[in-house]
Design a binder for this molecule. Structure first.
Ligand code: 5GP
Length: 309
């Protein structure tokens, strides 16, 4: 018996081409099923790791994450950087440590009972304080972080409720003890910082946590907790923002100008954020913010974020 002759090269190429098309279709189907929330990115990753020949294993990690409805390319890139995974890596090609990191991240993001951390930032006088006060009153199950600050209380402000009013020495001590998740000098004057222990405790209990902080603080939280959702509160118009800024009348002219300058810089940063909410009416804005937290992880429509999938 003579051995079977090799098939001609073009038949080989055609077969390989068909196989490649089929594999690509299978990967697209996986991405679609994640984008349409039929299955989670964690399910797909686990399928990849149990079968190296599966379409899931052939997906790039970037594609896997970008298929999650709430993760755009910016967040995906940020998360990969945080996890120290190259954007060319395929899910099936990850090493043990990288798999563990990705799995932990996906579990933390969508595991049962895990709450979400939302950071509300925006320009000066846009009404962040009013929106968070409304949330404190109407959505008591949302934990609002109470910041520490070195500024003095304004009339009506209560220590431990609106802020922890602390001395410079006490603020230094908190920094040195690693008690602050982030901190910043705001408006070139006083220091403000987010105490970390209450946040860790609330998140561990599965509660939703909201921070109302300035832009520098939001950027720091993004570094430390890339899974946090960053929301930018926008004024209806610039004129309205100026009106609110001046109208508040609690600050000197020089301070108002300083805040106006800060507001301009802050407005320019809006595209760094995951979602934007326009503060036209406080109740409506508060509801929109809380709804962003309410949505189950991985199943959020973050208003303005472009669609990916
Ligand atoms: P105010 O002094 O008017 O209460 O707040 C001034 C600014 O400080 C606001 O923009 C507010 O968002 C910001 N801020 C309040 N708490 C914190 C904090 O813990 N960290 C940072 N980075 N900013 C904060």
């Amino acid at each position: 018996m003579s051995p079977r002759p090799d098939p001609p090269a073009d038949v080989d190429r055609a077969a390989a081409g068909r196989a490649a098309i089929a594999a690509r279709r299978a990967r697209a189907a996986v991405k679609n099923s994640i984008a349409s929330r039929e299955r989670t990115a964690l399910d797909a990753a686990q399928a990849a790791w149990s079968d190296p020949e599966s379409p899931e294993a052939g997906l790039r990690v970037t594609e896997l994450l970008a298929s999650v409805p709430s993760l755009g390319p910016t967040r995906t890139a940020r998360i990969l950087e945080q996890l120290e995974i190259s954007d060319r890596k395929r899910v099936g090609g990850l090493g043990v440590r990288q798999r563990a990191k990705l799995r932990d991240w996906l579990v933390a993001r969508q595991g049962p009972g895990r709450s979400r951390l939302l950071v509300l930032a925006g320009p000066t006088a846009v009404g962040k304080g009013t929106v968070s006060a409304y949330i404190r009153e109407h959505y008591p199950d949302v934990m609002l972080s109470v910041s520490a600050t070195t500024r003095k209380p304004r009339p009506g402000e209560i220590d431990g409720v609106h802020y922890y009013f602390v001395s410079d020495e006490e603020f230094d001590r908190k920094i040195a003890a690693g008690e602050l998740l982030e901190w910043a000098v705001v408006h070139n004057s006083y220091r403000y910082g987010t105490p970390r222990p209450p946040i860790d405790a609330a998140l561990a209990q599965g509660r939703r946590v909201m921070l109302e902080i300035d832009l520098q603080g939001a950027r720091q939280v993004r570094e430390v907790m890339p899974e946090a959702l960053l929301v930018f509160l926008l004024p209806p118009t610039w004129e309205e923002l100026v009106r609110r800024l001046i109208g508040r009348g609690t600050e000197e002219a020089e301070e108002q100008q300083r805040r106006l300058d800060t507001a301009k810089v802050e407005l320019a940063a809006q595209d760094e954020f995951d979602a934007k909410v326009v503060n036209l009416e406080v109740g409506q804005a508060a509801r929109e913010v809380v709804e962003l937290m309410d949505a189950p992880a991985g199943a959020t429509t973050y208003g303005k974020e472009p669609h990916h999938g």
